[in-house]
Design a protein around this ligand. Sequence first.
Ligand code: FMN
Length: 183
Amino acid sequence: MKSIILYGSRYGSARRYAHQLSKQTGIPAFSYREAPPLSELNTVVYIGALYAGGVLGLTKTLRGRSFGKGQRLIIVTVGLADPEIVQNRITIRDSLQKQIPAELYDSAVIFHLRGAIDYQALSLGHRTVMTLLHRFLKTKSAQEWSEEDRALMATYGKHADFVDFTSLQPIIDEVLRDTEQIN
Ligand SMILES: Cc1cc2nc3c(=O)[nH]c(=O)nc-3n(C[C@H](O)[C@H](O)[C@H](O)COP(=O)(O)O)c2cc1C
């Protein structure tokens, strides 16, 4: 196995993207919890959900790992904030840069996808965090909200699903770009 898709997903949207990418590329997908040794792989695609800016499972997966010559790391974040908005991409990349070593960040190809949220399905802990954030944001004027805050306010309490498999296309192109030569 020369290429792998790993995912970090709590409620399923990153997993849905990972399985669809697997279907369209023929590359197997696994939860990061079942990741095989990465040193034997040429291409690692990591698809992780964003929680408070962090990519679920990414730090654990990459800890102590280095990517040598000929190895590729593709990181895909999945969050509620719309990645078409430049400010959201900047915010995500700023926290990603803090999460992984500089040499990995610099060598990685990074993409952003939009996920889903269903308040009925959230854990008590997550629902509490969102309730507190919502309450805090309500004390501010809407002009003071960041783009991420706006996404939270617009979807608060609802079931919102922005998963769009067509947005995988640039990732499929990148994954397949060199895969044939490498494999
Ligand atoms: C507690 C909590 C924190 C979150 N933090 C962020 C965030 O920082 N940025 C973002 O874009 N989305 C954030 N989200 C939304 C999730 O990233 C989004 O629902 C994602 O699709 C979840 O992926 P999963 O279904 O694979 O777990 C957060 C959601 C929860 C419940």
